[in-house]
Design a protein around this ligand. Structure first.
Ligand SMILES: *Cc1c(COP(=O)(O)O)cnc(C)c1O
Length: 378
């Protein structure tokens, strides 16, 4: 089965893991620190905070910004549920905002404007599929209303603009992301005070970590805030350090494959639309396509599966999940809902070759011609 995404792990990761085990120090040590420094350097940031997941990263950012009950946070619905969940964790209210268009399935500024109230405190931007939101436009929007910008950058590691939009950015190293530590995440926050509050809240609000106490004469620590256990361990950091060395090359392969997909789909499957038709900076996390209205998506999924090609859907809208439907009834986002009904994600990862891309597009063409025939017969 050709998978939509697959991690790349090899001898270097194995060797790095062995070294951690031989070292006898398993969590929050030198490797976590080295990983933070290397990730910060790649993104032109002074420092960052490694955590246990992107979800934890989003929670810590909202917590450190003091967002809580009574506050509203603008979020897309075309995202993974974690984006909105983090808002609920701090007791604030997620306010779902529609996408700009089927071609640009990023949060619409016009719609965001319409959903602002005196209670709105922040906006979480998701760089959907790796394509960056418009930085200057959003900064102008946020400045005019005194809002914080938080980036959910789970799809966009490795781009130097990411982490520069506003208060902070959250990254994911889950197994299907552009680079992985199995589970893991990181926060870029440029303001040192905000960053240190996040760092402290990561480890129960303690004033020092275990590794720091080992290297200092005083074994004392204090707890000065209610924090969490969102620490990263040395095994994950060791894998992350290896993965980070490959990230730029892998993102470049993703870009080349995306260009090829776009060219082949335009000629072989002209009824299929590929979002982001205009050039835009991207980490090319996934390859979303939009099926024509005559196609039955399940039939296309089934046909591709018969050909050994996995597909997925990004995303079933968050506002339509039972939890959110029950809590926020009556939310209607027409463009998000239409996009979600026609979207299909086809395989994209650095181990795919040009001939595999050709095979996927040929498979798609067959699936669509089956649909057209069934449609004509019906
Ligand atoms: C994967 C993902 C997350 C959650 O990441 P975890 O590291 O699994 O917590 C959040 N937001 C988006 C957009 C994602 O794709």
């Amino acid at each position: 089965m050709l998978l939509v995404s697959a991690p790349i792990l090899g001898v270097s990761e194995k060797a790095a893991l062995s070294k951690v085990i031989d070292s006898g120090w398993l969590t929050m040590g030198e490797r976590v620190r080295a990983f933070e420094e290397a990730f910060a350097t790649m993104h032109g940031a002074d420092d960052c905070v490694a955590v246990s997941s992107c979800t934890a990263a989003l929670h810590l950012i909202l917590h450190a910004l003091g967002i809580g009950p009574g506050d509203e946070v603008l979020v897309p619905s075309m995202t993974f549920v974690a984006t909105a969940n983090a808002v609920l964790y701090v007791g604030a209210t997620p306010v779902f905002v529609d996408i700009e268009s089927a071609d640009v399935p990023l949060m619409s500024i016009v719609e965001a404007e319409a959903r602002c109230t005196p209670r709105t405190k922040a906006v979480i931007l998701v760089h959907f599929a790796g394509y960056l939101a418009d930085r200057l436009e959003w900064q102008k929007f946020a400045r005019a209303r005194g809002l914080q910008i938080i980036e959910d950058a789970a799809h966009a590691p490795g781009l130097k603009e990411v982490g520069t939009f506003g208060a902070a950015a959250a990254f994911s190293f889950y197994g299907n992301k552009n680079m992985t530590t199995a589970e893991g995440g990181i926060v870029i926050a440029r303001d040192p005070d905000l960053r240190e509050r996040i760092r402290q809240a990561r480890g129960h609000g303690m004033t020092t970590g275990t590794h720091q106490r080992l290297n200092s004469r005083t074994p004392q620590y204090d707890v000065t805030m209610l924090g969490f256990n969102y620490r990263m361990d040395e095994m994950r950091a060791a894998i992350g350090l290896v993965q980070l060395q490959n990230l730029q090359e892998w993102n470049e392969i993703r870009r080349i494959l995306t260009v090829l997909y776009r060219r082949l789909i335009a000629t072989k499957c002209p009824t299929v639309a590929v979002p982001f038709s205009q050039p835009r900076t991207s980490a090319h996390h996934i390859m979303p396509i939009l099926l024509p209205r005559y196609a039955k998506r399940q039939d296309v999924i089934d046909e591709l599966r018969t050909q050994g090609i996995q597909t997925t859907i990004h995303y079933p809208p968050v506002h339509q999940m039972t939890l959110y439907r029950e809590r926020f009834p009556g939310t209607h986002l027409p463009l998000t809902e239409d996009f979600a009904q026609r979207e299909l994600t086809i395989p994209l990862h650095p181990q795919i070759t040009a001939s595999v891309v050709e095979a996927v597009v040929s498979g798609l063409a067959i699936a669509l011609s089956n649909c057209a025939q069934t449609g004509a017969a019906a």
